[in-house]
Design a binder for this molecule. Structure first.
Ligand code: ZN
Length: 140
């Protein structure tokens, strides 16, 4: 029950944040926040690159309201994602000022996408049992 369940390919170097996957499975989008300097990380990390503290993170649920900044349609995909093209990739900013690059749900067609639209991050279970997150329009 660790990060090997996150994404279609393995993230074995990220085992420190395996709790993140457990939260995703419960439908919770969690970030880490440094206890020392208060910096918030999403995707979560356990070491602070801001003040260099190690293992001084608290988990906190993010304010799950994002604003679409830009997006692109991917016709070529990295290993593990070839069968999914084309899909849309978005960069959005959260109310807390986090910026995140993630896929847009396939439920959204390209003519529905507008810059500045509100999005929320949603965990998605894949048929192979792995779990990822993607953006969906807020209010769905
Ligand atoms: Zn810090």
């Amino acid at each position: 029950m660790g990060f090997e369940k996150f994404g279609k390919i393995s993230y074995t170097s990220e085992t420190k944040v395996k709790d993140f996957v457990n939260y995703l499975e419960k439908g919770k989008i969690m970030a880490t926040q440094c206890r020392m300097c208060k910096k918030i990380y999403f995707p979560p990390r356990m070491d602070c690159s801001n003040c260099l503290s190690v293992d001084r993170m608290n988990w906190r649920e993010i304010n799950n309201e994002w604003t679409l900044i830009t997006y692109t349609t991917a016709h070529f995909a990295p290993t593990g994602f070839e069968d999914d093209t084309p899909y849309m990739l978005a960069i959005a900013e959260s109310a807390e000022g986090l910026k995140l690059f993630a896929r847009l749900s396939k439920d959204v067609s390209e003519d529905q996408v507008k810059l500045g639209m509100k999005l929320k991050l949603t965990p998605v279970k894949l048929p192979n049992g792995k779990i990822v997150y993607e953006f969906k329009p807020l209010g769905e």
